[in-house]
Design a protein around this ligand. Structure first.
Ligand SMILES: *Cc1c(COP(=O)(O)O)cnc(C)c1O
Length: 444
């Protein structure tokens, strides 16, 4: 443990006080469930401010942040370019409910750089983008069923809160109370990476399937990196049956490079959804595709979709300022090199120590899997009983000033704001934490 600071315990007095109060105000004390820290120890940390790669909580603890607001903050906190752009807009009013040049600018930044998108529509969240994309696919194909993969998250709209039923291929079951069974029955859920399952689904429901939807790189339930050949196969089979292929690039869009997962695979999806990074930290989502497809959307076409704050000028300003920085030469190469440096150092240590843990990584995303399985492609590869190790690691990392998303199923993100020193420190902290995890685990 080279030069790392390990606190005996984390002072959470103020966070605890605020959380107690919040519990009286919000279900579970939070406005999005995973923030409640239920999968890890202690109460959630109430954040006072963020700058560059760091977060400070209300008790004055400082952390190197690898949650990065769950992905949007590829430029870190309080990025100067984004801050100045937002500040410039603030003096001009916050919302007009009428078109602005800012929407054109952000749309052009996306359309001119992402090959398969000719037209898009801005919304205010990833959930909204996915919900609209599904409606569009259904309208365009005149079919109702969609196929999704177990372990892929696409926001919380009714059609997508569905999990696999029992049996090889079944119509889905709702994964939330309040979703009608009749909705879930329109969603077929299968395992990732399973070509036979999708062939079977098309053999049974070919003329009913509107779309197959997949995360660019499944990264909401561990990091389940798919084979390129499998994604190409999804493209072929959907084309063959005249179903749409939807890439949910809410995480991977402008994360895995400018062209996202589509460019990475060399596959052209019919509809792409964005969120997170394109808003630069403000609430923005988007969905897009070919001109013909997007002409289905109102007011051009019969698919209704609207939003009071869609294309919000402050959010557009943030998005523009973010994308302009991402489009600079070598941005992604530098970010990936940095990430690889950290990941490789940790992996070497894991090998040396013979720990039962694998660090998966692609682009600037990473995920620890407490198992020896070197290839993980589907949700059921993840052993829920390994999560107690994540919990231990999370607690130790916090005590050393490193903040990961508060669940073992969440991936970590590296931002351009992480310095070489931040990452070196983090490597030492992770080495220490893994040592403790495997030691404590044996003792227990
Ligand atoms: C975050 C996420 C969503 C939902 O976006 P929200 O802005 O939280 O509604 C959808 N799909 C994927 C792949 C995501 O990671």
């Amino acid at each position: 443990m080279k030069g790392i600071i390990v606190r005996e315990r984390l002072n959470r007095e103020k966070s605890e006080e605020l959380f107690e109060k919040a519990k009286g105000l919000f279900p579970g004390g939070v406005n999005s469930p995973v923030r409640a820290f239920k999968a890890v120890d202690g109460c959630p940390l109430f954040i006072a401010c963020g700058d560059k790669a760091y977060l400070w909580d209300e008790d004055g603890n400082k952390f190197i942040d690898f949650c990065c607001s769950w992905g949007p903050l590829i430029l870190g906190h309080n990025n100067r370019g984004i801050r100045l752009a937002v500040a410039a807009q603030l003096g001009k009013g916050l919302s007009y409910g009428a078109p602005t040049v800012l929407e054109n600018t952000l749309a052009e930044l996306i359309i001119n750089n992402v090959e398969h998108i000719e037209k898009l529509r801005f919304v205010s969240s990833g959930t909204e983008a996915l919900m609209s994309a599904i409606r569009l696919a259904r309208a365009y194909t005149g079919r109702d069923k969609i196929v999704k993969f177990e372990g892929c998250y696409h926001g919380h709209s009714d059609s997508l809160l569905v999990k696999a039923g029992s049996g090889l291929v079944t119509l889905g079951k709702t994964s939330s109370a309040g979703v009608p069974d009749s909705f879930a029955q329109q969603t077929i859920v299968i395992g990732l990476g399973d070509s036979a399952a999708i062939e079977y689904v098309f053999s049974q429901f070919a003329d009913q399937i509107a779309a197959v939807i997949i995360e660019g790189i499944p990264a909401n339930n561990g990091l389940l990196i798919q084979e390129k050949g499998y994604i190409k196969f999804l493209r072929e089979i959907t084309e063959q049956h005249k179903a749409m292929l939807i890439f949910d690039e809410v995480i991977t869009g402008f994360r895995l490079g400018i062209g996202g997962a589509a460019a990475y695979y060399g596959v052209r999806p019919d509809i792409v959804t964005f969120g997170k990074i394109i808003g630069g930290g403000m609430p923005v989502g988007a969905y897009g595709g070919s001109k013909a497809l997007m002409s289905m959307i109102s007011p051009d076409g019969p698919v209704y979709q609207a939003g009071t704050l869609s294309g919000n000028p402050v959010a557009m300003s943030a998005g523009i300022a973010a994308l302009k920085q991402l489009l600079k030469p070598m941005f992604y190469e530098k970010l990936e090199r940095k990430t690889r440096g950290m990941v490789t150092a940790v992996q070497q240590h894991i090998t040396q120590q013979g720990y039962e843990v694998v660090l998966f990584s692609i682009g600037s995303m990473f995920w620890f899997s407490f198992s020896t399985q070197e290839v993980m492609r589907k949700a059921e590869d993840i052993d829920p009983s390994s999560m107690h190790r994540h919990k231990l690691m999370h607690k130790i990392l916090l005590r050393c000033g490193v903040y990961f998303g508060p669940s073992g199923y969440e991936v970590g993100f590296v931002s351009s704001a992480h310095t070489a020193a931040d990452l070196r420190y983090t490597v030492e902290v992770i080495k220490y934490a893994l040592g403790q995890v495997f030691q404590e685990d044996i003792v227990q």
